[in-house]
Write a protein that binds this ligand. Structure first.
Ligand SMILES: [Zn+2]
Length: 72
């Protein structure tokens, strides 16, 4: 009985810990570690992987640089 109570408390504690961690770290991770967990996009010309915010767009295609964009 005590074991079940302890496990319940542990589960609740872990849930609260995860919740607090989720709300505290998520915005920071977005600001301080750009591109670490975000999906990358591929340059249509040279296949270089780049973060989406650095991509140059022409039509419906993405490019890594101005050079690639104008060359294709
Ligand atoms: Zn490129």
């Amino acid at each position: 009985m005590i074991l079940i109570r302890m496990l319940t408390l542990l589960a609740i504690g872990y849930g609260i810990y995860r919740l607090v961690r989720h709300f505290r770290t998520r915005p920071q991770e977005r600001l301080t570690t750009p591109g670490s967990t975000r999906p990358l996009v591929r340059c249509s010309r040279c296949d270089t992987l780049i973060p989406p915010e650095n991509a140059l767009i022409r039509g419906d295609r993405l490019f890594c640089s101005e050079k690639c964009r104008t060359a294709s």
